[in-house]
Ligand binder design. Structure first.
Ligand SMILES: Cc1ncc(COP(=O)(O)O)c(C=O)c1O
Length: 339
């Protein structure tokens, strides 16, 4: 099966597994796992933050950041579409006892202008906003420009807020923007990025921030049951991914382009405004029956998730090679013959 459901489905390559096998390990709760230390140091250097922490998932990294940036009763400002708001089980309310101050706008992501509305709200009636959450790449396949991100972060800082960047797919944004990683991160106060999506590691994300923030996050991580013992085996996968799987993301973006082009040529509606990274959003044609279409796709070894609000999402990644693209194209062509 060629699994186009998500870039989280990748399996570690043989080379990554071999590298993991060789990892030197220790007990990270005692902070003496040398491979984890190496990864954290490497990531801090790469991203320009003082320190970094290996965490078990993107959700854990986002939640730890918010725990560190806020006090009970604060407001966290973010677009309603943010992963932190929509897909993290409402955890900020439970773990940080904070109020999600949600922005709704046409663009679907937070911009500098959205902050204007909240500037006069620092009074007894409203939660005190202490943290803003931004995302890049966005979960819907778009990338925010460096200028827009700089503008919002600068404004948030002027307004006295900390900024956390959810960069689950930071490296996809970095490749698309063709800009230094530090420019993509801008002046965010903390950053989470995932090793286990496009980068192809089996588990893990990184939280980056000041030494103080990371020391606090390390305590909170332990509190949540995330104290990692011989984590060097996992850290080795992260080190391997950062060394070998960043530049190749361009191939995923290119393959997603090929698929988008073929879908358009074959009469499907493709959400071209959301074609920045490794995701393709498209609609079936009116005469298609989705259940049947997805079933027929499986006969071509093509696996896709059901649609959300009419849009199917297809994701390319490390395990989607040229053969997978060929199979998808063959399937679309076979469907055309049936029409
Ligand atoms: C934008 C974004 N942030 C955070 C996450 C959370 O990552 P995880 O699934 O590792 O918790 C995801 C996962 O898909 C995501 O797309």
């Amino acid at each position: 099966m060629f699994d186009f459901r998500s870039d989280t489905v990748t399996k570690p390559t043989q080379a990554m597994r071999a590298f993991m096998m060789e990892a030197e390990v220790g007990d990270d709760v005692y902070e003496d796992d040398p491979t984890l230390k190496r990864l954290e140091k490497h990531v801090a250097h790469l991203t320009g933050f003082e320190d970094a922490l290996f965490v078990l998932s993107g959700t854990m990294g986002n939640q730890l950041a918010i725990m560190c940036h806020t006090q009970k009763g604060d407001g966290v400002l973010m677009h309603a579409n943010a992963h932190v708001n929509r897909y993290e089980v409402g955890a900020i309310s439970l773990l940080s006892s904070v109020y999600p101050q949600l922005v709704y706008n046409d663009s679907g992501y937070l911009s500098k202008d959205d902050l204007d509305k909240y500037r006069g709200m620092d009074n007894i009636h409203f939660p005190r906003i202490s943290c803003v959450v931004v995302e890049n790449a966005l979960g819907d396949g778009r990338v925010v420009s460096i200028k827009d991100m700089d503008d919002i972060i600068h404004q948030a800082h002027s307004d006295g807020y900390k900024v956390h960047m959810d960069g689950a797919r930071l490296f996809n944004a970095h490749i698309t923007l063709n800009a230094p990683l530090k420019d993509v991160i801008s002046q965010a106060d903390s950053l989470m990025f995932c090793l286990s999506k496009g980068l192809g590691a089996p588990i893990g994300s990184m939280l980056c921030g000041s030494k103080r923030l990371i020391a606090q996050a390390r305590r909170y991580r332990k509190m949540l049951g995330g104290g990692i013992r011989q984590g060097g085996i996992l850290a080795a996968a992260g080190l391997y991914a950062l060394e070998h799987h960043v530049e190749r993301l361009i191939e995923d973006h290119h393959r997603a382009n090929l698929i988008a082009q073929h879908l358009v040529q074959s009469g499907y509606e493709v959400l071209l405004t959301h074609r920045d990274i490794n995701m393709v959003y498209f609609k079936l044609q009116p005469h298609h029956n989705e259940k049947q279409w997805l079933h027929d796709a499986r006969d071509f070894d093509v696996l896709l998730s059901p649609s959300t609000q009419g849009w199917l999402r297809l994701v390319t990644h490390l395990d989607i090679n040229d053969e997978a693209i060929m199979r998808f194209i063959q399937f679309i062509n076979a469907q055309k013959q049936l029409d």
